[in-house]
Ligand binder design. Sequence first.
Ligand SMILES: Nc1nc2c(ncn2[C@@H]2O[C@H](COP(=O)(O)OP(=O)(O)OP(=O)(O)O)[C@@H](O)[C@H]2O)c(=O)[nH]1
Ligand SMILES: [Mg+2]
Length: 179
Amino acid sequence: MAKTYDYLFKLLLIGDSGVGKTCVLFRFSEDAFNTTFISTIGEDTAGQERFRTITTAYYRGAMGIMLVYDITNEKSFENIKNWIRNIEENASSDVEKMLLGNKCELEDKRQVSKERGEQLAVEYGIKFIETSAKASIRVEEAFFTLARDIKANTEKKLVCIWIIFVFLINLYIIVNHCE
Ligand SMILES: Nc1nc2c(ncn2[C@@H]2O[C@H](COP(=O)(O)OP(=O)(O)OP(=O)(O)O)[C@@H](O)[C@H]2O)c(=O)[nH]1
Ligand SMILES: [Mg+2]
């Protein structure tokens, strides 16, 4: 039987290679974790991280974006600003965004404090959650929060369209009545 949905959202996970995007998604969809690292794009990124430009085509239709960094990797956190700039240049401005600090169970290897994550999120006016795909910490919460915000956003837009529609109908009636 075909799958039916109450809501269907297109979400993107963006961030440096190795921060755990695939694992976060895998934890959410399968409730499982795998330690073998196979980079999604397939490039050898060992040792040197590069910021990749993502084009407009990739963002098309995206309703939500999870910006992911690794709390044990300072560089991945610094690059969030580049990713956000890329989103601002290529994605629709009303796309719902959220910041994830992944691998939060690795407290002894932490390079980015929770406060800095919170601060950056405040700066961009987005929500922030620290997650662990490995230890299964707050991954569901992250997806549900983003989905809930997208839903609220969509409903707000519908109400606006409805109000404009009713206003125009009334205007039409008044104008016709005056003639
Ligand atoms: N300790 C720990 N390791 C994690 C966690 N999430 C992912 N990893 C590990 O980090 C490595 C990279 O994870 P991926 O999910 O493949 O990273 P990615 O962001 O998809 O990387 P690209 O596909 O190259 O962009 C893997 O070795 C994972 O096992 C986590 O929450 N805790
Ligand atoms: Mg991946």
